[in-house]
Design a protein around this ligand. Structure first.
Ligand SMILES: [Zn+2]
Length: 387
């Protein structure tokens, strides 16, 4: 029995290794893949054949090296095969197509305000995804959903989202798989952002890092030893619901004074809206401050004070080599991100912060959802190969 299973498993692991190498090193020839993988040339060739057949790879012409004939270069498919990324957010849902190499086809993005009932929301997403799946001469392999709040990985169910209750208790990945007849997967948004940072970072190896998401809620995604830290059921990283103001503002989770009520883009927007007597979002706050129409220094000072605490706590707890912060409030004025980093450095433990680079996140939630869809495809080809 095992003699039949082992070669099959090994073949799948080789396929996955080839995919990972192409993702990390970009377009490569068969010879380069053989050298980089340390696997025999016929085995690599077989894996490449399987991947070409499944549409995950495309062949192109490599630039000629000196006098030789141009060779054939292999790359992850960009145009003929696609994945779909879906970002579900409290105010806006985005559905976008991308190549297997992660290239976002921005012109395909469809945006809408999420419906208030689950069946209507599912209709909206299915309609947008169907439109993208009908693009001519393109095959869709997978759809990745990025969702805020808690997702129970063992039950594969969105259990509770403090800022978007419409998905609570549901499994939109399962429901969409049935409707669209493609493979759909669901990922917590900070976990998806971690996959995005890892996939799009290219040649820079990222094995121990964290992403602090501060746009709507506040969540922490942690990658340690190259693996996403999900906890027992996938609920890890909810730093945003740590109480920091014991009798503070009511949070979407039902508690009071949670970190996410005072240290996020939405906390800043809320504080400025309260003062102005009208509701504005963080982009509008940034625009008004930049144009000199309002002064939001007091609100910014307060939000940055708590954000520095969140950054310091993340560094002290998880010792990441890099902490990426994903938020838009830094666009309010030049130098603000550096100021927050200085505050965080003063609050964190010296040796921990000396070991950590604090940076703004490079990638969007849409890229996170796309990376999650691609990660799901990779996983379907077998276990992670330790390097
Ligand atoms: Zn809370």
């Amino acid at each position: 029995m095992s003699s039949v299973i082992q070669p099959r498993l090994l073949r799948r692991m080789t396929v996955r290794r080839v995919l990972e190498l192409l993702q990390a090193s970009g377009p490569s020839t068969r010879a380069e893949l053989t050298r980089l993988s340390g696997i025999s040339a016929p085995t690599v060739s077989k894996a490449v054949g399987t991947l070409l057949e499944s549409g995950l790879l495309e062949e192109g012409e490599a630039p000629p090296i000196s006098l030789g004939r141009p060779g054939t270069v292999l790359r992850l498919a960009r145009n003929r095969t696609q994945v779909i990324g879906v970002v579900l957010d409290a105010r806006q849902c985005t559905v976008v197509a991308a190549g297997i190499d992660g290239t976002l086809h921005d012109d395909t993005a469809i945006r809408f305000a999420p419906a208030q009932t689950y069946p209507a929301l599912l209709d909206q997403i299915a309609e947008a995804a169907t439109e993208l799946m009908q693009r001519p001469a393109v095959r869709t392999l997978s759809l990745g959903l990025s969702i805020p709040g808690l997702i129970n990985r063992r039950e594969q169910r969105a259990v509770f989202s403090p800022n978007l209750h419409v998905t609570d208790g549901h499994s939109p990945d399962r429901d969409l798989s049935r409707r669209l007849e493609i493979d759909c997967s669901m990922h917590q948004e900070t976990h998806a952002l971690c996959l995005g940072e890892r996939m799009y970072s290219g040649s820079e190896p990222l094995d121990d890092f964290a992403v602090l998401e501060i746009s709507t809620g506040l969540g922490l995604g942690i990658v340690t030893g190259g693996r996403l830290m999900e906890g027992h059921s996938g609920l890890a990283g909810e730093l945003g619901h740590l109480t920091v103001v014991p009798d503070g503002r009511l949070c979407g989770c039902g508690n009071r004074g949670c970190l996410e009520t005072v240290a996020t883009d939405s906390a800043l927007a809320q504080a400025v809206s309260d003062r102005l007597g009208r509701t504005i979002d963080v982009d509008e706050v940034a625009r008004l401050v930049r144009s000199g129409e309002i002064d939001a220094e007091a609100e910014l000072r307060s939000v940055c004070h708590y954000l520095a605490i969140a950054i310091a706590a993340s560094i002290n707890l998880f010792n990441p080599s890099t902490l990426f912060v994903h938020g838009r409030l830094f666009d309010t004025r030049p130098g603000l991100f550096a100021e927050v980093c200085d505050l965080a450095r003063r609050r964190a433990l010296g040796p921990s912060v000396a070991d950590c680079s604090i940076r703004r996140a490079h990638w969007t939630k849409a890229q996170g959802a796309v990376a999650a869809a691609i990660y799901h495809i990779l996983n379907s080809w077998g276990p992670i190969v330790d390097r």
